[in-house]
Design a protein around this ligand. Sequence first.
Ligand code: SF4
Ligand code: ZN
Ligand code: ZN
Length: 311
Amino acid sequence: MALCTLCERREAIFLRPYSGERLCARCFSKSIERKVRATISRYEMFEIDDKIMVAVSGGKDSLTLLHILEKIEREFPESELGAVTIDEGIRGYRDEAMKLAVKNCRKLNIEHVTSSFKDIYGYKLDEIVDIARDKGKGLTPCSYCGVLRRRALNIVAREWGADKLATAHNLDDETQTIILNILHGDVVKLAKLKPVLTEPHPKFVQRVKPLCEVPERETTLYAYLKRIEFQTTPCPYARTALRNDIRNMLNRIEEKHPGTKFTIYRSIEKIRPALEATAKKVRIKECKLCGEPTIGDICKVCEMLQELSIL
Ligand code: SF4
Ligand code: ZN
Ligand code: ZN
């Protein structure tokens, strides 16, 4: 490959198709860190003395985020960084990820809080999936997992006293979710899909996504270049999700038309005010059964567990 477009000294190892840049390992890593800093300041994600909890699954994205935030937060001694890992209870998958999360936090000297679906809901995801199958319910494992994990992360972050909960959603995750929400016609979820989410209820910890403008293949390359040890085995349930097909479709389009993912992401930014005007009419209450914030009388978590008769 030719020389790096930025430093013009070292050999390029990566071609960024949507910008035409050819980058060496050093300039590539620096460009990712710069991008994350720019996203943080563009959306005013953090205050100088924030207590930030990073959701760490043990995968490449969350560990890349943890490493970059640790680097950035070193410059802000008033701030505090912690990590949380939720064990969903997925046989042969989460155990390895948990070990890697623990190892990385130790290495970076970051406080690590763990919890599990079993602790919070009384059941592992595997058990919930079996019960749902026996009852003939049509939801995919990821539908249960997503709703239960979001709640679990919020509870742990709140109890830890976090001002912000940082998740490692990258550009690919965000564009996939946009398409999924359009397919479901879910205006409220589309309006809420943004880099900083402040829900109007004190029980919600503000959620921020510092990697939302970094494509997935770039978070992966960053993790490899920085020799971050992350889990490579995919979740056994991932194949069953519609998201997986949308990922493949978007990757095919991106290959043919570089920059499409950014275009989708920016288009939502443009129509967000209109979406928010509709979503604003929704009032947040507390769930009659568990007391957690929700838009209905009963929250999605209680509704799901009730349907499976395990509440
Ligand atoms: Fe949960 Fe689905 Fe992700 Fe597996 S792929 S961890 S089931 S959301
Ligand atoms: Zn360079
Ligand atoms: Zn509830």
